[in-house]
Design a binder for this molecule. Structure first.
Ligand code: NAP
Length: 265
């Protein structure tokens, strides 16, 4: 990998900031290796200054400065923002984080021969525990792919998927933090109802989620078996499981992902 590879974020909103913060937190890159632009330059300056990264006036300047360009504007702006700088992008590694923008759609926007990869990250990249769902179909060289993995695996699981699974995998990992946060909040509400201080309830609920996820990853256990392991016959946990089922917990979660797919039709 090229030493001190320069990253250029086109768009520095929620997702780009989450990625930059994770990369800096984990020391995957130094602040001076990051170039960013946004629509409103004055607003961008404060965020760039706080992180010690380079603010750029526009997408052209960002792309010129960078080796690897991360496209992080809203999907409806991708074509409009990239078309004027397509010549520059042909010489770069282009990484997209825009939802609903797989390889073939980029082929309509970028010049032939441009090296590009479509990914869907999630916001926990900001603490180095995220996910990058990546489309298997891409045009990066082996060396560029290695550079991407070397940098971004520091802040999340890099998971390749076939094109037809990119949407649903991205929804599970990208929308999931909202659902998981609702679960944390709901658990805390239940505990507060019975006298636990709210801050303590959040701390316990969040660590419980972290620990359960890590345990599943470490053991590879079936989640049902992990549930069974906590449910003693006639015990308290199974009473809670029964109450969740009575209120449609499992089907509510399934419906959430299903509703997202229907919205995209
Ligand atoms: N948020 C998530 O959890 C998530 C998950 C997966 C994928 N994504 C993808 O990430 C991308 C960004 O989403 P977001 O949530 O970060 O949106 P966001 O917070 O609205 O950020 C969008 C950024 O684009 C900038 N921008 C707008 N027009 C521009 C232009 N002409 N040139 C340069 N920058 C421009 C905006 O600048 P101003 O701030 O100055 O307006 C802002 O910094 C989307 O494509 C989305 O699909 C997001």
């Amino acid at each position: 990998m090229k030493k001190d590879l320069r990253l250029g974020f086109i768009g520095f909103g929620n997702m780009a900031r989450a990625m930059a913060d994770g990369l800096l937190l984990k020391g995957a890159v130094k602040p001076e290796q990051i170039y960013v632009c946004a629509k409103h330059y004055e607003k961008l300056l404060a965020g760039a200054e706080a992180r010690g990264i380079h603010p750029c006036r526009n997408a052209r300047e960002t792309a010129e400065q960078a080796d690897m360009v991360i496209v992080a504007v809203k999907p409806y702006l991708v074509a409009e923002v990239l078309e004027p700088i397509r010549e520059i992008l042909r010489e770069k590694t282009v990484i997209s984080v825009a939802a609903g923008y797989p390889f073939e759609r980029y082929e309509q926007v970028l010049l032939p021969g441009t090296h590009h990869l479509s990914t869907i990250p999630n916001t926990p990249v900001s603490v180095g525990e995220g996910i990058f769902v990546c489309e298997q179909k891409h045009s990066l060289t082996a060396e560029e792919m290695e550079a991407f993995e070397e940098i971004f695996s520091r802040i999340g699981l890099v998971q390749m998927v076939p094109t037809e699974q990119l949407g649903i995998a991205g929804d599970l990992s990208g929308c999931g933090p909202a659902f998981a946060s609702m679960f944390i909040e709901a658990l805390a509400d239940g505990a507060v109802l019975h006298g636990l201080p709210r801050e303590l309830a959040y701390r316990l609920a969040s660590q419980m989620i972290v620990g359960t996820g890590k345990m599943q990853q470490a053991s590879g256990s079936h989640p049902g078996a992990m549930k069974d392991a906590v449910c003693s016959p006639g015990g308290t946990t199974i009473v809670g499981v029964a109450a969740l089922e009575e209120h449609g917990f499992r089907s509510a979660v399934i419906s959430a992902l299903d509703a997202i797919q229907k919205k995209k039709l």
